[in-house]
Design a binder for this molecule. Structure first.
Ligand code: SF4
Length: 233
């Protein structure tokens, strides 16, 4: 079932109330990825593509015990890395990416993950979203990574109408105090995973349902879906 997003943004007042509800609902806003330092976080984030954080957490203890530093992973045996991270899916591409990322960090940055976006995005496998996660989680920067959950929930709440992750990032940033920007990413992700799910959000259980502009849109989509079999009959 495809649920359209609201066509208009909510007012700043409503947006502030929606964000306050998210903040109160998810006070534990933090990454679920387990890591020890910026390097292990970077590798965990790259591995988290197309899989769950829990799935990543199941393989990283073995990976980091075997290859605890950028220098160690830079010289890793690719077949062994593939074997260790296989459960995370896309393991051949991910293995190449994490070894190349480790080589870049070891050779160009002395084994330390750079703390500025420009340098970070030169590391293989690191795009804007991954860099934003590392900068906000490892270095406490006011960055907002936009993944599929953040994109969907921000749209459903009427915080944005932007068509690109970058546009969503800019819209949400304008609504969140700078010191809370890095937490907003987690509020939206946690809400997307627990309640505002794709494809069917659980609006009846949602603390936003008195404010959210998507409630009537979701109800209409559900009515249409229920009517479909009768129409075909
Ligand atoms: S009310 Fe429904 S659509 Fe709006 S945020 Fe909650 S679950 Fe998502």
């Amino acid at each position: 079932m495809r649920i359209p997003f609201p066509k208009r943004k909510v007012t700043r007042t409503v947006a502030a109330r929606e964000l306050a509800i998210l903040e109160a609902t998810y006070p534990q806003a933090a990454t679920a990825l387990e890591y020890q330092d910026p390097f292990t976080l970077l590798i965990a984030v790259i591995l988290s593509a197309q899989t769950t954080d829990a799935g990543v957490n199941r393989v990283t203890p073995v990976l980091f015990q075997r290859y605890p530093t950028a220098q160690a992973l830079a010289g890793a045996d690719l077949a062994e890395v593939e074997r260790i991270i296989k459960p995370t899916g896309f393991f051949r591409v991910k293995s190449r990416n994490i070894v190349r990322a480790a080589q870049a960090v070891a050779e160009r940055f002395g084994g330390m993950v750079p703390s500025d976006r420009e340098s970070l995005e030169t590391v293989p496998g690191v795009g804007r979203k991954t860099a934003s996660v590392v900068l906000s989680v490892a270095f406490g920067e006011a960055e907002l990574a936009v993944d599929t959950h953040v994109f969907r929930v921000a749209h459903r709440l009427g915080l944005t109408t932007a068509s690109t992750p970058r546009g969503v990032e800019e819209d949400v940033r304008k609504l969140v105090p700078r010191e809370k920007t890095r937490f907003a990413h987690h509020w939206l992700i946690l809400h997307g995973r627990a309640i505002c799910k794709a494809p069917v959000p659980l609006c009846a259980r949602c603390p936003e349902n008195q404010l959210c502009p998507s409630v009537p849109i979701v109800q209409r989509a559900l009515r249409l879906q229920r009517a479909q079999p009768r129409r075909r009959a």
